[in-house]
Design a protein around this ligand. Structure first.
Ligand SMILES: NC(=O)c1ccc[n+]([C@@H]2O[C@H](COP(=O)([O-])OP(=O)(O)OC[C@H]3O[C@@H](n4cnc5c(N)ncnc54)[C@H](O)[C@@H]3O)[C@@H](O)[C@H]2O)c1
Length: 343
């Protein structure tokens, strides 16, 4: 049981009502506020953003108060916060909250660097506060159905496709940190094993940062995994396939259709069935899981250590791109610079 007294003087165990704030009123933070505003036994104290127009938008969406600085929010008294500011601020903001014994859910990726991630984890451990990382895809009901379907199976390989058009606003990260980190987390979670080998192929076709990534991995348990991600596909697609010794499971994370092939026979025939998939909004399920961990003091669904491990693999992909074979006619020369965007 968490018996920390928060900045607000509230005891998490004694008072079922939790006071929570959101930091960052952008796309994700506004959604956090919208969901938190509707949760029982939770008071959304407000949302913080330095930009007045973002504060106004979030206030209208969630019907909550808005503050220009973190200190103003903390002065109101909060037991917990969600951090949805730009990634390069996760470290500073998370530490500032943890120092005040405030429980933290920090959006993915946990931080900009592995060192910063470790510092956040260590600070939370010292303070005894709950730290969870927002790897929201784990709470996608289709992902949960896949996880259940492969439970107890001997997993052989995993292939994940996460593609789509360029985001409307380019941040300072490429597809590996922005998108593939979701799937690195899924591979680690599905296999319950660490990634020990990384073979990345990256390209910057249009953007300054990598906008195409084909990433291959091997886990300590021997599973081969592959992520295909890019910002060059005109439509969004999110697909997962898992081959086990006894099953072949296919999931569409957008339509939430999950199908498994099983009962393989010598003559090549097999059976196929659609699996039941829930309807929860992933972000709502994630925030409920965070609040449950805060109230109970139990280990959160996605720990800080797991967030750091996935970030570390993503950074390894960026730092060790596979080299083209020397004197090979198949190896294409490195691009001189980004291709111009037309239109
Ligand atoms: N889990 C997911 O699926 C998912 C999806 C998108 C983004 N994210 C993560 O969420 C975070 C935010 O992404 P976004 O797309 O919402 O970005 P965004 O640019 O839309 O929003 C960031 C907001 O933070 C505000 N901000 C800047 N400095 C601040 C400060 N010091 N204090 C408080 N707010 C500050 C900005 O004004 C902006 O409104 C990133 O870490 C990103 O990786 C996660």
């Amino acid at each position: 049981m968490v018996s920390k007294v928060s900045a607000s003087g509230h005891k998490a165990e004694a008072k079922p009502e939790l006071r929570i704030g959101v930091i960052g009123a952008g796309i994700m933070g506004s959604n956090h506020a919208r969901v938190l505003a509707g949760l029982p036994n939770t008071t959304l104290v407000g949302i913080v953003d330095p930009l007045p127009e973002h504060r106004t938008r979030a206030t209208e969406l969630a019907g909550c108060r808005a503050f220009a600085s973190l200190d103003e929010l903390i002065a109101e008294g909060v037991d917990a916060v969600t951090v949805a500011a730009p990634t390069h601020l996760h470290h500073e903001i998370s530490l500032a909250c943890i120092e005040r014994n405030i429980h933290v859910l920090v959006e993915k990726p946990i931080a900009s660097t592995v060192e910063e991630g470790h510092e956040i984890v260590a600070a939370a451990r010292r303070a005894g506060v709950t730290l969870m990382v927002g790897h929201v895809e784990r709470f996608n009901p289709a992902v949960a159905a896949i996880k259940q379907a492969i439970s107890g199976e001997d997993i052989l390989s995993i292939a994940i496709t996460r593609v789509g058009p360029f985001p409307p606003r380019m941040s300072n990260v490429g597809v590996v940190i922005d998108l593939a980190v979701h799937d690195i987390d899924l591979i680690r979670w599905f296999t319950e094993s660490d990634i020990v080998e990384v073979q990345p192929q990256l390209s910057s076709a249009v953007a300054e940062r990598e906008d195409i990534a084909l990433l291959q991995f091997r886990t300590a348990s021997g599973v081969l995994a592959h992520i295909n991600t890019n910002w060059l596909t005109p439509f969004k697609a999110r697909n997962v396939t898992v081959a086990t010794r006894g099953k072949y499971v296919m999931g569409d994370l957008l339509t939430r259709q999950v199908t498994e092939c099983f009962g393989f026979k010598q003559d090549g025939s097999y059976s196929m069935r659609h699996l039941p998939v829930g309807h929860d909004e992933p972000l709502r399920a994630e925030l409920i899981a965070f609040l449950r961990a805060v109230r109970s003091g139990c280990v959160p669904a996605v720990t800080g250590d797991e967030g750091v491990a996935s970030l570390e693999i993503a950074i390894r992909c960026l730092e060790s791109p596979a080299r083209p074979a020397v004197n090979s006619s198949a190896a294409s020369p490195a691009r001189k610079g980004p291709r111009r965007v037309v239109g």
